[in-house]
Ligand binder design. Structure first.
Ligand code: TMP
Length: 211
């Protein structure tokens, strides 16, 4: 069987890393071979792109240049890491993937969304996630409380309006791709979010086994 590709999306501070840690642990406990990765990053090239894009003192750039940089890092991780792992039958959990580009650079950043979707297809060679979880933080106060303790990176420092467009973008994508994208209320407890995510993953894997 080809592996399973699962992505975790959501605004900054929504709990993606915590859930990925828990989900990968739970799947490994079931004897499943899991690879965890993140974007931008996950390859030597991608980590350099990440440091350039997120450096709070880094250069300003056009939205188009930013979109192409994220996409370049994605082309690298898909061909070098994600696709080989899926061919080996592994379960790949990625913190962010191309929905982040559609939402941050498109819905929030103003780049024409059909253009982004075309680049998404090129940079991934048409690889789409099997399942995507959007951890949705609907309360801006929780967002700010979670952000306050740490130094904000270049994207996190953008305006509240930008982050609200990010959130709306994710909700819109979830309506467009209801089979793939599952929106989970990130203000629930960590355990509740974990249970909700695992129940979708288990259902997906049971169905895949029946096929
Ligand atoms: P994070 O890994 O800490 O979530 O930081 C990644 C930041 O980069 C986050 O603010 C979202 C942003 N981002 C984009 O703007 N576009 C993209 O395509 C990706 C993958 C991330």
């Amino acid at each position: 069987m080809r592996g399973v590709f699962i992505t975790f999306e959501g605004c900054d501070g929504s709990g993606k890393s915590t859930q990925i840690k828990r989900v990968s642990g739970a799947l490994r406990d079931r004897g499943i071979d899991v690879l965890v990765t993140r974007e931008p990053g996950g390859t030597p090239f991608g980590e350099i792109v990440r440091s350039v894009l997120l450096d709070p003192n880094g250069p300003e750039r056009t939205g188009l240049a930013e979109m192409l940089m994220y996409s370049a890092a994605r082309a690298e991780i898909v061909s070098q890491v994600i696709r080989p792992a899926l061919i080996q039958g592994r379960v790949v959990l990625s913190e962010r993937f191309y929905d982040s580009t559609t939402v941050y650079q498109g819905y929030a950043g103003g780049i024409h969304i059909p253009d982004i979707e075309a680049i998404n297809r090129i940079s991934t060679g048409d690889l789409a996630p099997d399942l995507t979880f959007v951890l949705d933080l609907n309360d801006p106060q929780v967002f700010h409380a979670r952000m306050r303790p740490k130094k904000k990176d270049k994207i996190e420092s953008r305006s509240d309006e930008y982050h609200e467009r990010v959130r709306q973008g994710y909700r819109d994508l979830a309506l467009r791709y209801p089979e793939r994208i599952h929106v989970i209320d990130a203000s629930l407890t960590e355990d509740e979010v974990f249970q909700a995510v695992m129940s979708v993953i288990s259902g997906f894997m049971d169905k895949a086994r029946e096929r």
